[in-house]
Design a protein around this ligand. Structure first.
Ligand code: FAD
Length: 423
């Protein structure tokens, strides 16, 4: 068993960000990754994907975008390179192809059992992302087995999907982009729409995310929102980084995608949708108007002479959609579930999960001494799970670990018999 002060689990942006902060402190640590750096951007993204955040929004501790197109949108391989270069710049202590199988508390610290050996650590940072298990509604099991089913994380492109029409379930960032791509490839597409976040790509001559940052929306903290649980479950933004590919439901409908309400049941080849499409799209329209109003209010306060004129998209509320669909008659041979993810930590054998299976924490600090988490949705700020948002959480968690280290050293100095792991 190797002793190390900190084990970081996962080498996505969150794991690398905290590793950079720890390296800056000269702290002893390793980053353990079951695949390769940025594994999810290599193996859980479709081929044509471009980030929905502009390139300038890929700032990490002591790192930022240095390419020629700050307002462009990276492909997934480009983000992989961005993160590989980052890890290389500070020689992150990486152990790739190493899966964490158990984390448990022992008298001597946290024991981390991996496929390549065991560490005893004072601290463990869980940075395994939000995509550990795809959430698929139970209705999926009622669908005729002759209909092909897959999740958004396994979708790669239209050529991989059997010929014929596709039912895409979920209309957030992934579902809307996948529906758009399949329709453009000539497929008949029906999209089942649940709660979603309608947004224009640009507003007043700027990227909407630029405005959201300037107006303080992305940096809003969890203690500033009315309902933390609902804020953490908010749908991803209905945006695309592919130029000329707006993915609002109005744009999809204009391109021939059929809109339906939330999928509620399936029996063989028949599926049922809730009669909620006008209400759901009306709600998304109202939330978008509130956001644009917040931006306008920010501009009014700071003086908006340099901003372009207000140019909100035309209001969109969908008419009622079908409540029943016979998949075979509609020519649909594939169902794609773009219905999000749920937490899954089967290897975490410490009592930190709440009744929803999520790690309970305050700003990434759990109730188990030395156990931290990063990269969760709205961990502390609205942008905590974005590439651009994890830096401040990583700094906070690394500072907390440094304080623990200093306290342990002070205790060890006061008690020469004490055995401090990293003293
Ligand atoms: C389709 C999609 C598009 C997105 N687009 C954007 C975007 O445009 N801009 C943006 O800012 N954000 C975007 N996000 C959100 C977010 O940035 C990503 O989800 C990002 O991958 C999260 O980074 P992370 O480091 O928290 O987790 P991940 O990137 O998921 O990294 C976690 C790592 O942990 C590893 N791991 C898991 N379990 C273990 C284990 N037991 N042992 C060892 N290693 C383990 C995994 O292999 C993985 O590499 C997108 C998300 C999705 C799903």
């Amino acid at each position: 068993m190797h002793a190390v002060e900190t084990v970081v689990v996962g080498a996505g942006q969150a794991g690398l960000a905290v590793s950079r902060c720890l390296a800056g402190q000269g702290a002893d640590h390793v980053v353990v990754e079951r695949g390769r750096i940025a594994e999810r951007w290599r193996s859980a993204r479709w081929d044509s994907l471009r980030l929905l955040t502009p390139n300038w929004m890929s700032r990490l501790p002591a790192w930022s975008y240095r390419g020629p197109d700050p307002d462009g949108y990276m492909t997934a391989p480009e983000l992989v390179s961005h993160l590989e270069d980052y890890a290389g710049a500070f020689t992150a202590p990486l152990h790739e192809n190493t899966t964490v199988e158990i984390v448990e508390a022992t008298a001597g610290g946290l024991r981390v059992v991996t496929s390549q050996g065991t560490w005893l650590a004072r601290n463990v940072v869980v940075a395994t992302g939000t995509e550990n298990r795809a959430y698929v509604p139970s209705a999926a099991s009622g669908i005729d087995p002759r209909i092909h089913q897959l999740t958004a994380g396994r979708y790669r492109g239209p050529d991989q999907v059997p010929g014929g029409g596709v039912l895409v379930v979920g209309a957030s960032a992934s579902g809307a982009q996948i529906a758009d791509e399949l329709r453009r490839a000539g497929r008949p597409v029906v999209i089942s729409v649940g709660r979603h976040a309608r947004l224009p790509r640009r507003y007043r001559d700027r990227d909407i995310l630029w405005w959201m940052e300037q107006a303080g929306v992305l940096g809003q903290t969890i203690d500033q929102v009315h309902d933390a649980r609902s804020a953490r479950r908010a749908p991803s933004l209905q945006l695309s980084g592919r130029a000329g590919h707006p993915v609002g439901l109005d744009a999809l409908a204009a391109r021939g995608v059929r809109l339906a309400g939330r999928l509620v049941a399936a029996d063989g080849r028949r599926v049922r949708f809730a009669d909620d499409l006008p209400a759901t799209t009306g709600g998304a329209q109202a939330r978008m108007e509130r956001l644009l109003h917040t931006i306008d209010g920010y501009l009014a306060r700071r003086g908006g002479e340099d901003a372009g004129p207000a140019d909100p998209p035309a209001p969109f509320t969908a008419p009622a959609g079908p409540v029943k669909l016979d998949l075979r008659r509609a020519g649909i041979s594939t169902v794609i579930w773009a219905t999000g993810y749920q937490p899954a930590y089967p290897w975490l054998r410490v009592p930190v999960l709440d009744r929803h299976g999520q790690i309970a924490h305050s700003r990434g600090v759990t109730s188990v001494p030395g156990l931290y988490v990063l990269g969760l949705k709205f961990l502390y700020r609205r942008n905590s799970s974005f590439v651009d948002g994890v830096a401040s959480d990583a700094r906070f968690v690394a500072t907390h670990m440094m304080m623990r280290r200093m306290t342990a050293r002070a205790r060890a100095a006061a008690d020469p018999d004490a055995c401090a792991l990293s003293a």
